[in-house]
Design a protein around this ligand. Structure first.
Ligand code: 6GU
Length: 287
């Protein structure tokens, strides 16, 4: 597809039908794994996995820490599809490519999307290793026209001007809190506002201070565009940030954000985050 024109409904249908022809699994839950959090996909039983490069129309992921596989399977009997590795603005893809998998999810029959990401903490009460339930976002690229719904609207997916004040499902946030408490994760489970930036450079000190003043609790380089497209086509959304490092907020700090720290924290907390998500999936209501 030409840049900015995106994929047509038919392009998405081609991809979805190709996938549906290769597996009997009919997922109602779609999961997107963030940096260092791809282990979630390995928990699926009866796996049928596809490398992104083999899927018609699918972009390929280029970042270290992201595998690049679409995995179908079941979690305690519930059919799921899981992206092990996602696409980011900083890879240079047009934004419609980054969010294409959400429309594929929709056409596969997915009703609920769960997204995870690694993020920097802006809220001074947060610690590295905290898990933040996302209650809202600031999609900064969208402020300048880099919104995934830019271009012609196809009403078969959703309306021209979709509501975003209810983007993050309240019931699923409550379920996450309840499940988190039960599992003994209350000490590191938080909620807050996720701010999306394009990356790939991390924030300057002035930028981190600005975002914090604007109401952001965590900052990262993903998720927002996918949430917008998922909500546009009527899927329920739940999202989590793993706080892998603290954004640098003052000029006396010796700290520096780096990708290795992000991946290391992911490793340490990943098992608990996976357990939270899988337990939620087994408890979710479906219409
Ligand atoms: Cl500190 N900033 C951004 N933009 N993305 C991140 C991060 C920080 N930590 C993990 N991902």
């Amino acid at each position: 597809p030409e840049a900015n024109k995106g994929y047509t409904y038919e392009d998405c249908k081609t991809t979805a039908d190709w996938l549906l022809a290769q597996t009997y699994i009919r997922p109602t839950v779609g999961i997107v794994c963030g940096s260092g959090l791809g282990g979630l996909a390995d928990m699926l039983k009866d796996q049928v996995a596809f490398n992104y490069k083999d899927i018609p129309n699918f972009p390929q992921s280029t970042v270290h820490g992201h595998a690049g596989r679409l995995v179908f399977g079941t979690l305690k009997g519930r059919p799921c599809v899981c992206m092990q590795g996602r696409f980011h603005l900083y890879e240079g893809y047009p934004i419609q490519k980054i969010t294409l998998p959400m429309r594929i999810f929709k056409l596969l029959g997915v009703e609920t999307v769960i997204l995870t990401n690694a993020a920097g903490g802006l809220n001074q009460d947060f610690k590295v290793g905290d898990v933040m339930i996302i209650k809202d976002h600031l999609n900064i690229p969208g402020f300048t026209g880099n919104n995934p719904l830019t271009g012609p609207n196809d009403d078969r997916f959703g309306v021209r001007f979709p509501c975003m004040s209810d983007a993050y499902d309240r019931e699923l946030q409550q379920l996450a809190m309840d499940v988190g408490q039960e599992l003994g994760y209350g000490d590191f489970l938080r909620e807050g506002v996720y701010c999306v930036l394009g990356g790939p450079s991390f924030e300057t000190i002035a930028e981190s201070r600005m975002l914090h003043k604007l109401g952001a609790d965590a900052v990262g380089m993903s998720t927002g565009p996918e949430v917008i497209v998922a909500r546009h086509c009527g899927m329920r959304v739940f999202a989590l940030s793993l706080i892998t490092n603290q954004a640098v907020m003052d000029y006396d700090s010796e700290e520096k954000a780096n990708h290795e720290e992000v991946l290391q924290t992911g490793k340490e907390r990943a098992a608990q985050l996976e357990r939270l998500v899988t337990t939620m999936v087994t408890r979710m209501e479906h219409n």
